[in-house]
Design a protein around this ligand. Structure first.
Ligand SMILES: Nc1ncnc2c1ncn2[C@@H]1O[C@H](COP(=O)(O)OP(=O)(O)OP(=O)(O)O)[C@@H](O)[C@H]1O
Ligand SMILES: [Mg+2]
Length: 313
């Protein structure tokens, strides 16, 4: 857990203690549901940073999410895989307030009820989302894009007129290093490769210091080298941020999980969690449970090793 999250936890615990001893308060976790203990503070003292419980989303009677439950711990990097139409993007839409579920609960920490918040409010409490297509300001330089992200709430014109502090300059410098764009700081963003644009957008999200990052197919369209570097980047963020990474690229998932056998991978299928577990164990379990789509939908995306597992189940 990061010092920041620990500090947030201590503050939330103090707030909870104060509630317990206060008149008329029932105290405890249940009593705190639906209320923000302290604005902007995520309470992870009692459990996960993201809690989805029995979420159902229907589109004209078709259940895109069907009783979906998922818990992500603070600092965790969770990979989510599943065939096309499994509900992965819809799940992110629910978390970020873009889609309202018909049923279920969605909490950020144990106290922030996401289903009561609007999309812009959710973005401002520390949930950052990366869509598949990179969205950067193409006509501005890499540096200016990061600068804007740092001062997001000022508007483009006001931001450009605002002078950066030394500390802010340092932050942009560190970010450029982290996203491998130090040598391209003054380049126009529109001239970057697809992969570099993706990194820039991730950097822009990180400038906002999100607690939770949702990344939908972040390496689609990247070269092998860019994909490897992206895996390194995400692994370096793990611990300081919580990450939910949706991907079809199994080599990338393998990169993200191979050094930690305990790391969980979740398989979504037809709007529900089909399997969840550490990668090697989960892989064989998934293999039994999802044999058909494993072989026919994802078959080509697996390397030889994975195919061997597939054929043995
Ligand atoms: N706005 C919508 N209206 C109607 N149906 C929708 C809508 N959004 C999603 N769906 C349907 O819900 C199901 C889940 O879609 P979703 O985009 O979440 O899948 P996914 O797992 O992200 O797939 P992919 O891997 O292709 O990105 C699909 O059958 C999709 O057609
Ligand atoms: Mg999707």
């Amino acid at each position: 857990m990061t010092p920041e999250l620990m500090e947030a936890g201590v503050r939330a615990r103090e707030a909870a203690e104060a509630r317990k001893s206060g008149p008329g308060s029932s105290g405890g976790r249940a009593a705190s549901y639906g209320r923000v203990v302290e604005e902007g503070v995520v309470d992870v003292t009692h459990g996960p940073i993201l809690y989805l419980d029995a979420i159902t989303v229907s589109f004209d009677g078709f259940k895109a999410l069907n009783d979906l439950s998922l818990y992500i711990d603070a600092g965790e990097l969770r990979c989510i895989i599943g065939p096309n139409g499994a509900g992965k993007t819809t799940m992110m839409d629910v978390i970020t307030g873009k889609t309202r579920p018909d049923a279920g609960k969605a909490f950020f920490g144990s106290t922030i009820d996401l289903l009561r918040m609007r999309e812009n409010q959710i973005a401002s409490i520390g949930i950052g989302r990366k869509f598949q297509k990179p969205t950067v300001f193409e006509h501005l330089s890499v540096f200016e894009n990061l600068e804007l992200a740092l001062k997001d709430d000022r508007g483009v014109k006001a931001s450009m007129l605002f002078r950066l502090s030394g500390e802010q300059l340092d932050r942009i410098g560190s970010m450029l290093q982290l996203i491998h764009l130090k040598d391209s700081a003054q380049r126009t963003a529109g001239l970057l490769s697809h992969g570099q644009k993706q990194w820039l957008e991730i950097g822009m999200l990180l400038m906002q210091d999100p607690k939770l990052l949702l990344l939908d197919e972040p390496v689609a369209g990247m070269t092998d080298e860019e994909t490897e570097r992206t895996a390194e980047l995400f692994l370096s963020l793990e611990g300081n941020h919580s990450l939910v990474v949706v991907e079809h690229d199994m080599k990338f998932i393998h990169e993200l999980t191979r050094d930690n056998p305990a790391k969980k991978v979740t398989v979504l299928h037809e709007g529900s969690v089909l399997a969840e577990g550490s990668w090697p164990k989960g892989r064989s379990r998934m293999c039994r449970a999802t044999r058909r789509w494993w072989r026919f939908t994802l078959g080509d995306e697996f390397g030889g090793r994975e195919r061997t597992v597939t054929s043995s189940c």
